[in-house]
Design a protein around this ligand. Structure first.
Ligand SMILES: Cc1ncc(COP(=O)(O)O)c(C=O)c1O
Length: 447
């Protein structure tokens, strides 16, 4: 950046392919775009008129399996082979000993939490920068979600702030690899070990993301995934748990199948354990097996494009790409997140920036809000059950500690691109960079 203009040297720099191997980047070709043109939000020409790629993408070759399964009547996992096949293949892909398919990511979290012993009156340490399901499941278990502040630079739980929130009721840590970004799991696991806590990874957005060369969702006691329609591996609704402890995974299986005996869960009766129906259907598994054909290639394309955006967007004042936790780590790139620093854009609001960017033909959104202040929290804490389970003193302290400046800052500054934008071409990424450069150059007209 020179005198507030994007330097040509930086603009044409070739980005290193890093660990991507086969994929190489083309030089940044967008420097010829005249970014001083009138903004589209003011009636000027859009940077981009073309549509973005659709999501999800269906491969018709899987329709034979779907039809055959439908005609056979073997629709549930008990009578068909597709769910078990998916579990085998997903465990292999993740480098985990076992996988259990579930009806959704939420049910995966519910099963994991029950099996790891999170009980009524317990406390669970959790990141507030996440989808609401992460802590709804804590409430469903009648435990107290205790929010640990977010590090706005990484978008993740600030692991330095975990220990100060531990009490004699804490039983588990629930780190969230939000947007597929890897949490510092060594730090989380060392705290868990020291205080005898369980670790449930919310990897619902983190298929194929890695921490120190290992797949996210395989680093804690259990990892939970979602395959809901918008996800990088979609099947409408679906989920999975991954784990390396055979006995624990047997208990997960038993619990998700109404508490029936399974593996090391002995058949002392028809239903030896408490349980629930959290099973995946056959059709979900067939769709997943088909989607898995493309997931590794898609992940490479998203990552290459995300790195290209990182390199080029960080040259624009006020645009701060998310910082990856140090080490041999890789994001699963569910969403491309960055922070918008309003002061560098002459004080224009993030909402105005987003509106201007959308007008240029670039879909984007503002990420999560400060959900630790959502109505559902007080609704839960004021309920008869929670008043019975937690003392007035504890709930008062919880409310006093529900001050999360890092998370509040991120909720004000975050901007995200949907994951399917990252499946675009190199010139699609140039459209994104050009649109933001154009808004930067024209920022005074928005002030
Ligand atoms: C971070 C996170 N946790 C949990 C879930 C819940 O998954 P599902 O929608 O499959 O129940 C989601 C899904 O959106 C998620 O993004």
């Amino acid at each position: 950046m020179e005198n507030g203009k994007i330097s040509r040297r930086k603009a044409i720099a070739t980005v290193s392919a890093g660990t991507l191997g086969a994929l190489t980047f083309q030089p940044f070709s967008a420097f010829s775009y005249n970014t001083t043109k009138k903004l589209a939000i003011h009636g000027g020409e859009k940077v981009r008129n073309a549509a973005w790629s659709d999501w999800p993408v269906w491969d018709t070759s899987a329709e034979t399996d779907v039809t055959e399964m439908l005609r056979s009547g073997r629709w549930w996992r008990g009578s068909g082979e597709h769910v078990a096949e998916f579990e085998r293949k997903y465990a292999e892909l993740m480098g985990a000993k076992r996988c259990l398919a579930t009806a959704s990511g939420t049910t995966a979290l519910l099963v994991a939490m029950h099996v790891l012993g999170v009980d009524a009156g317990d406390e669970v340490l959790v990141s507030p920068y996440t989808f609401i399901a992460t802590y709804n499941v804590i409430f469903m278990n009648k435990a107290l979600p205790v929010f640990v502040d977010t590090d706005p630079e990484t978008f993740l739980i600030n692991t330095n702030k975990i220990e100060e929130r531990i009490t004699d009721r804490t039983t588990a840590i629930l780190p969230v690899h939000i947007y597929g970004l890897p949490v510092d799991m060594d730090h989380v696991n060392s705290i868990a070990q020291k205080h005898d806590l369980k670790v449930i990874e919310d990897a619902c957005q983190a298929w194929l993301g890695e921490y120190k060369g290992k797949k996210l969702g395989t680093l804690g006691d259990l990892g939970c995934f979602s395959f809901q329609n918008s996800k990088n591996l979609p099947t409408g609704e679906g989920g999975a748990i991954t784990g390396n402890d055979e006995e624990m995974m047997d208990r997960c299986h038993s619990f998700h199948n109404c508490g029936r005996p399974f593996g090391s869960v002995p058949a002392t009766s028809d239903y030896p354990l408490r349980g629930s129906n959290r099973r995946m259907q056959q059709i979900q598994a067939i769709m997943l097996l088909s989607q898995m054909e493309r997931i590794e290639k898609d992940a490479e394309v998203r990552l290459a494009n995300a790195r290209y955006l990182d390199e080029n967007l960080r040259e624009i004042p006020g645009i701060v790409p998310c910082k990856l936790v140090e080490g041999e780590n890789r994001s699963a790139c569910h969403m491309y997140p960055f922070r918008f620093i309003s002061e560098k854009f002459d004080g224009i609001s993030r909402e105005k920036f987003i509106a201007a960017l959308r007008a240029e033909g670039i879909p984007c959104s503002s990420g999560y809000g400060p959900q630790n202040k959502d109505g559902l929290i007080e609704e839960a804490l004021n309920s008869r059950g929670y008043k019975r389970l937690f003392s007035e003193k504890r709930l008062k302290k919880w409310r006093e500690e529900n001050y999360l400046p890092g998370n509040d800052q991120l909720c004000r500054e975050a901007v995200t691109f949907y994951q399917s934008l990252l499946l675009g071409t190199h010139s699609d990424m140039d459209d994104i960079v050009n649109a933001i450069r154009k808004i930067y150059e024209n920022r005074k007209s928005l002030a």
